[in-house]
Design a protein around this ligand. Structure first.
Ligand code: C2E
Ligand code: CA
Ligand code: CA
Ligand code: CA
Length: 278
């Protein structure tokens, strides 16, 4: 026949090699980036719907590559997670976010939570101690910090995870549940988690107001959040129609391109000065 088993095996191996080489190239590049100051943090404001005021900012990492320019975290975070490099990336991000928040605190800005994304692999017993130590070092009030975790974090050893969450919230640092609705976390656990905020994933926001299912899911998350006394924020808000729907549904906060994209710190500050704190 035309099928040559040996040849297909050879191609398969070649493919594996190409994939692995690409991964190794990104991995060593990321190691280099960590050591050479090629990572940057951008800040995207979060707005309270009722008052239109900034209530926080999400810190989002970027890789400022000398040749490729700004590389999206979607390209390197999953790889960093699978190689374990996410721990070093996460340490850098927490450090940088606290340093920046301390500058804003010292400048006399009204308290505003700077939210840091934390991957499941970073959510270890040593995290609360590291957070406490970082807050101390920058003399940063804990009301300036928030950690965003995903449902994936909650899927492992639930008692251990709740223990870590308790230690973090006891510091006065807020926790939010990111990309809510996209994972498999059991709703019955939700009331046991010491979290303050549910974040509606962008995949639902995008369908508002045309997709009836997305509208139903967003409304259900918002009303469940109210019942459980949690704040609810919608991410990825791009249109006035979406904002209007979310306002009517009782959503507390919004974040998205309608207001602002993630910005370098100096542009974020300019936004505060010229628009968002008025
Ligand atoms: P995420 O935590 O769900 O972050 C929201 C993403 O949506 C960000 O993408 C943000 O730039 C983007 N976004 C915000 N508003 C809009 C909008 O109105 N429309 C659209 N189309 N997009 C919007 P980004 O910055 O590329 O980050 C992608 C993901 O990478 C994040 O998703 C998060 O899972 C991960 N990530 C980013 N920074 C970090 C980090 O420091 N640590 C960890 N562990 N993960 C991070
Ligand atoms: Ca997030
Ligand atoms: Ca999110
Ligand atoms: Ca998301």
């Amino acid at each position: 026949g035309h099928d040559n088993p040996d040849r297909s095996v050879a191609f398969y191996r070649l493919d594996m090699n190409a994939g692995m080489q690409e991964r190794m190239r990104i991995e060593s590049g990321l190691r280099h980036a960590l050591g050479h100051g090629e990572l940057a943090l951008y800040y995207q404001p979060k707005f309270e719907i009722g008052t239109d005021r900034v209530v926080g900012a999400e810190a989002l990492v970027r890789w400022v590559h000398p040749e490729r320019g700004l590389v999206s975290p979607a390209e390197f975070i999953p790889l960093a997670e699978s190689t374990g490099l996410i721990v070093q990336v996460g340490e850098w991000v927490l450090e940088q976010a606290c340093a920046q928040a301390a500058v804003w605190q010292a400048a006399g800005l009204p308290p505003m939570r700077v939210a840091v994304n934390v991957s499941a692999r970073e959510f270890t017993n040593s995290l609360p101690g590291r957070v406490a130590e970082t807050l101390r070092r920058y003399e940063l009030d804990p009301s300036w910090l928030e950690l965003e975790i995903t449902e994936g974090t909650l899927m492992h050893d639930i008692e251990r995870v709740i223990g870590i969450m308790d230690r973090i919230t006891e510091l006065g640092v807020a926790l939010s549940l990111d990309d809510f609705g996209t994972g498999y976390s059991s709703l019955s656990y939700l009331k046991r988690f010491p979290i303050q905020t549910l974040k509606i994933d962008r995949s639902f926001t995008t369908g508002i107001p045309d997709d009836a299912n997305d509208c139903a899911i967003a409304s259900a998350i918002i009303s469940m959040g109210r019942q459980l006394k949690l704040r609810v924020i919608a991410e990825g808000v791009e249109t006035l129609d979406q904002l209007q729907f979310l306002r009517k549904a009782g959503c507390d906060e919004v974040q998205g391109f309608l207001y602002a994209a993630p910005l370098p710190a100096y542009e974020f500050e300019r936004g505060l000065r010229e628009n968002w704190l008025l």
